[in-house]
Design a protein around this ligand. Sequence first.
Ligand code: NAI
Length: 302
Amino acid sequence: KKLAKQAKAYSDSDINEVGVIGAGIMGGGIAYVTADRGMSVVLKDINKAGLALGLSEANKLLAKQVEKRRKTPIEMGNTLNRIVPTLHNAPLASTDLVIEAVVENPVVKAKVLAELEELAPNAIIASNTSTLEISGLAKSLKRPENFCGIHFFNPVHKMPLVEVIKGEKTSDETLAKAVSYVNKLGKTPIVVNDCAGFLVNRCLTPYFHAFNQLMTDGGQLAVIDKVMSKGFGWPMGPALLLDVIGLDTAAHCIDVMAEAFPERMYKPEINLIQTLADRKDFGQKTGQGFYRHSADRRGRIK
Ligand code: NAI
């Protein structure tokens, strides 16, 4: 209740300009939903191809809105204009919130986060990490009180839930600002405790282990996916979900969870997710994962 009250106090005032670091599957989606709600976005990546992908994703989603007459072409243009793509750090200086969405690697993330503290001195900083503890990532920061987790789900424009994670040193003010930002997106924030995988990925990881086990016991991919989606009314089964997440990201997450919970989330001897990731068959984003996908990373499965 206290948090909701504080978040209300921050709504519409504090978060107007948002930096997003990493224009991949998640960064592109976060940039789109943020710009769609009237905030300006600085979308930064280390390579042009990454930026182009992030932007084309926003473009496609907006074009669909125009097609369905939910937006006018002018509104589409205005939303796109609110996203400033960049390979440089300078535009981050005036942001109120920066969300880090680079690869799920603690060393890379620690470096990026420490730089952000210097580059965006007035911003609160958040990580979109799927599994890494926020208190652990905070160790690279001089002002850990300004840092929290804001964990979106994929695809960002469709999934209403966002986990907001309070690290050991996150201040109530930072948490309230994060919650108010999520509210501003029209999404549902859930404040969760800090531990590897938070809440959702602690449920999801054993599910992926069970899928891997079924496959190594001779199960059939398409049958498992059909049974799990039809049986539970879920939009997709585990293999397709893994392809959508990205096998590289999923493999990193499984490693983190195995280290954090060695008794319960062991790393399996035969790990099909790791095998595909090692082959660079990352799923939808590369065109090949458990399934083959069309060239368009959000495209239909062939
Ligand atoms: P991705 O591989 O699609 O994109 C990562 C992007 O970060 C790439 O465009 C890469 O060029 C860029 N990048 C790498 N190092 C950088 C740096 N130093 N500065 C700026 N950009 C840099 O990865 P994805 O799937 O978007 O994941 C990003 C984060 O979001 C990870 O922490 C992941 O665990 C988390 N996440 C992923 C979900 C998913 O379903 N894929 C769901 C929820 C969270």
